[in-house]
Design a protein around this ligand. Structure first.
Ligand code: GLN
Length: 537
């Protein structure tokens, strides 16, 4: 499998326990290198057997992050894009499901020419080729690959073996391994414990991988003695032991890691020229985040609110808009099933200065969302409907303003008399899995609208993930009333943005603006939504 590849590779594995923030660490590494002028791209390998998270329950998996090219990917890819501002692609998220699907398809079409198909070499070769794909398809100097799961998990073994083998494919000097693990703090003896980390590194060594850098997640600072012990037992120099304390904001993590010397060590072990990083903008952004003038309260009304990660990019986009305006956006998480009429809407939403209804699927909890949209419209509270939230606003308007009592989306009631939101014709009868309208689509913005005020241009592209759309049969009826269409897809004549006249700020978008927001470059619609929220008090 020898071939000439010019990029260098960083592999990040996790140890001891899961949920240590490997994604944030990988994203931070991307930022530290990028801030030194290195071209990077991040990618993630997930050892589960789903082809992608697109069909997984958000309560289990968190949000599905949609890439520009329409990949439905793990939420860590959102962190990568927000930290590095480098667009990732669908091929930057590989699951075991994708690997096996490719292999089994090839086997069925005779691609293995009668050979026995095995985990080694076929699965590991397939994984390697996907690691290298990022190098072939981009001009990145460094490819940062996060291996999901914890070292020792049965399902991640082929991935660990593949990254061991890749040393020989791309040359030992061209790849490094970073192991991120937990140092638990034992209150009783007032000490950080290194034994679980030692065992985890031993396990990795057993698979033939010697980490070059050890990142220690801990609640307390590492003492010299701890660093010495870890260095001795894990065969790494002191400078390659990096403390990774819990931070108040994820955006502070790269700055903390830089202070710990991670950027320098990375340059050294990757044999990159040692340059000073330019993190000034990032520092300023973090400073602003920590020093808001005041709080503003926004309700997020959805049905997956028990897992905040189900709306991760929306939360980060609100945070970014808050940073821009020097306010901290506090989110009231509202389970839409708790809103059962206008009285409960008043009770639950009466305290907030803005309402967001984000993306969603299926009927459960939609009545509460419709009441939330009605409440926002009637009480003139800023409303931002994202994808499903736009469709909900359209249904509410049709029912309560246009008098189409039974109006609905055919997703929620297939036999409604007034299907104001309907399945797109090309979605009829399609199978599940990667088949929605996905990725970037064009949208033309109408003059004199809130959308124009936000975007300041008339031709934009945004990321989509939907099957249903506004039904153009009803267009005139809406337009003759107080709902305006301020964004339209020119290729298919689809309504992309709706807004209310005679309302301070009521906007529904058929796409997912949250994916395009960056911490130091908030999305214009989120910026204006938070601006309108600030006007409320
Ligand atoms: N369920 C709706 C659709 O498929 C909205 C999807 C979403 O919010 N992402 O059109």
């Amino acid at each position: 499998m020898k071939e000439k590849i010019n990029s260098k590779f960083i592999f990040i594995t996790g140890g001891v326990v899961s949920s240590l923030g490997k994604g944030i660490a990988a994203a931070s590494i991307g930022l530290l290198l990028k801030s030194r002028g290195v071209k990077v791209i991040n990618q993630k390998f997930d050892p589960y057997l789903n082809i992608d998270p697109g069909t997984m329950n958000p309560i289990q998996h968190g949000e599905v992050y949609v890439t520009e090219d329409g990949g439905e990917t793990d939420l860590d890819l959102g962190h990568y894009e927000r930290f590095t501002d480098v667009p990732v692609h669908r091929y930057n998220n590989t699951t075991a499901g994708k690997v096996y699907l490719a292999i089994l398809d090839r086997e069925r079409s005779g691609g293995y020419k009668g050979n026995t198909v095995q985990v080694i070499p076929h699965v590991t070769d397939e994984i390697q080729s996907r690691i290298l794909e990022a190098a072939r398809k981009t001009d990145a100097d460094v490819i940062i690959t996060e291996v999901g799961g914890t070292v020792g998990d049965i399902e991640s073994l082929p991935f660990i073996e593949a990254i061991r083998q890749i040393k020989y494919t791309v040359g030992r000097d061209n790849c490094i391994f970073i192991h991120l693990g937990l140092l638990p703090y034992l209150k009783e003896c007032g000490e950080l414990k290194t034994k679980p980390m030692q065992h985890s590194v031993k396990e990795l060594l057993g698979f033939g991988i010697q980490p070059d850098i050890i990142m220690c997640r801990s609640e307390k600072s590492l003492t010299r003695a701890i660093r010495q012990k870890l260095g001795l037992f894990c065969n790494v120099s002191q400078e390659a032991i990096i403390e990774n304390l819990s931070a108040k904001s994820i955006y502070e993590v790269p700055l903390m890691l830089e202070k710990e010397g991670l950027g320098k060590v990375l340059c050294k072990v990757l044999a990159l020229p040692e340059t000073e990083p330019d993190l000034e903008d990032w520092k300023l952004m973090v400073h602003r985040y920590y020093h808001p003038d005041r709080d503003v309260h926004v309700a997020l009304v959805g049905k997956y609110v028990e897992l905040h990660d189900a709306y991760l990019s929306v939360v980060e986009a609100l945070t970014a808009a808050g940073i821009f305006h020097n306010v901290r956006v506090k989110i009231d998480w509202v389970d839409s099933e708790k809103i059962v009429d206008m009285d409960s809407a008043e009770e639950i939403l009466g305290k907030v200065a803005g309402i967001i209804v984000p993306g969603g699927f299926g009927d459960r909890g939609t009545n509460g969302m419709i009441f939330a949209a009605q409440y926002a419209r009637e009480k003139k509270v800023p409303y931002f409907g994202i994808c499903f939230g736009m469709q909900i606003a359209v249904v509410e308007f049709a029912r309560n303003v246009l008098g189409l009592v039974d109006a609905n989306s055919t997703e929620l009631n297939p036999t409604t008399e007034h299907p104001v939101i309907d399945l797109m014709p090309d979605q009829q009868g399609v199978k599940l899995g990667g088949t929605l309208r996905l990725g970037m689509c064009r949208c033309l913005i109408t003059e004199g609208t809130l959308a124009e005020k936000a975007y300041k241009v008339h031709d934009i592209q945004e990321r989509h993930r939907n099957r249903y759309e506004f039904n153009n049969v009803y267009r005139e009826q809406f337009e003759n009333s107080k709902m305006r269409f301020s964004g339209r897809n020119p290729d298919r004549n689809l309504i992309e943005i709706v807004e209310l006249s005679e309302h301070p700020w009521f906007v529904g978008i058929q796409f997912h603006a949250e994916f395009a927001s960056r911490p130091n470059r908030p999305h214009p619609l989120f910026k204006d939504f938070v601006g309108a929220v600030m006007e409320m008090n």
